[in-house]
Design a protein around this ligand. Structure first.
Ligand SMILES: Cc1cc2nc3c(=O)[nH]c(=O)nc-3n(C[C@H](O)[C@H](O)[C@H](O)COP(=O)(O)OP(=O)(O)OC[C@H]3O[C@@H](n4cnc5c(N)ncnc54)[C@H](O)[C@@H]3O)c2cc1C
Length: 321
């Protein structure tokens, strides 16, 4: 029997998870571990593995639906890994001496890189890079979530994606060893960072020198465009489905197929297919994970019957039990 204080990092027993996701559905997990540094994350992971668990990693919970009920095992949350700083003169260490890590103003011609731990939010990175006049992250304006989740999912859109700005990622291998993977050794794809079971501890980001005014203007435009077509302020898990191969869908995106099948506005309990964008399912306040997942299956089945296209999940689903 494990005691409540037996983990080497901050731990919560039977922690509630819904409030840690953007969709606000889901049950509890037997153990929630909350490391505060990359070293603590590695320790939490190896300790959980030694105890026979395969930990799941929770970032911002923005592309995730967690089932109702109790998830057995361990979830490791990256919320507390929030440091973001510029490389020191000596190099780009992801876990440097405390005193050396600062986000100092960028001088003309200075190193256009940033180092971030996995729990830094994507919006924090958009704001930080904008203030420094460094370009590359404005394509993620309005995309919620954290650096680790963004790298794992290769978050992005029509103006660029996460991995465009990654120079190196520090990962925890499934065996507990730590490795630095240069961009050239990685194969990110559409909404998939290609890291498999590896855990992102942090990354070195390489941006392009620009000016705060230029970056701010682009970020503002992208955000306006996004808000016009996506229900960004409502509780959702982002795009439910990946866009299908255009050759098979006659060029239609997943959202367009849902719309063509007349499914916008379809409800199940308090879950609804967004009237604004067919690829978003929204929790209107009291939806359960069961409502959301049943609605997603109804949409997938109807689209397959009517168009022959079987939509593949972009969202991750954590099953209870
Ligand atoms: C309103 C809204 C708008 C969105 N718009 C976009 C968009 O325009 N483009 C886009 O691409 N996405 C979009 N998303 C989806 C989401 O914001 C991104 O996928 C984001 O990158 C998820 O990050 P997260 O930290 O929330 O990951 P989570 O949802 O917590 O996790 C997603 C997956 O990544 C894994 N993961 C998380 N952290 C790590 C880590 N440190 N190491 C390894 N694996 C990890 C999790 O285990 C899980 O499998 C949107 C979501 C919402 C709610």
């Amino acid at each position: 029997m494990l005691s409540l204080t037996s983990w080497p990092v901050a731990a919560l027993h039977e922690a509630e998870l819904a409030s840690r996701t953007y969709m606000r559905v889901g049950g509890r997990v037997r153990w929630l571990l909350e490391p505060a540094t990359p070293a603590e994350l590695a320790l939490a992971w190896t300790t959980a593995r030694e105890r026979g668990f395969t930990p799941r990693i929770l970032g911002g919970g923005c592309n995730l639906i967690i089932e109702d009920g109790l998830l057995e095992g361990v979830v490791i949350a990256t919320d507390r890994l929030k440091r973001c700083f510029r490389p020191t003169l000596g190099g780009a260490d992801i876990d440097p001496n405390e005193d050396e890590a600062r986000v100092a103003p960028a001088e003309p011609g200075s190193d256009p890189r940033l180092i971030a731990w996995s729990g830094v939010t994507l919006q924090n990175l958009v704001q930080t890079t904008t203030a420094l006049g460094l370009s590359g992250f404005e394509c993620l304006a309005g995309v919620p979530g954290q650096l680790g989740g963004g790298i794992a999912m290769n978050a992005g859109g029509r103006y660029g994606e996460m991995w465009d700005s990654v120079e190196l990622v520090r990962v925890l291998e499934p065996d507990g060893s730590i490795r630095d993977l240069p961009r050239a050794e990685c194969t990110p794809r559409y909404r998939n960072g290609g890291l498999g079971e590896r855990v992102v501890l942090g990354a070195v980001l390489r941006l392009k020198p620009s000016t705060p005014a230029e970056v701010r203007e682009r970020a503002k435009q992208y955000l306006i465009e996004k808000r016009n077509v996506q229900p960004v302020t409502e509780w959702s898990a982002g795009c439910v489905f990946k866009n299908p191969d255009p050759a098979k869908s006659n060029g239609s995106s997943a959202g367009k197929l849902v719309e063509l099948c007349g499914l916008k506005g379809r409800t199940r309990g308090d879950a609804i297919v967004s009237p604004l964008h067919g690829n978003f399912v929204i929790n209107r306040g009291a939806a359960t994970a069961a409502d959301v997942l049943a609605l997603i299956e109804e949409v997938r089945t109807t689209v397959a019957e009517k168009t022959g296209v079987v939509l593949e999940n972009e969202v991750k689903v954590w099953r209870a039990g």
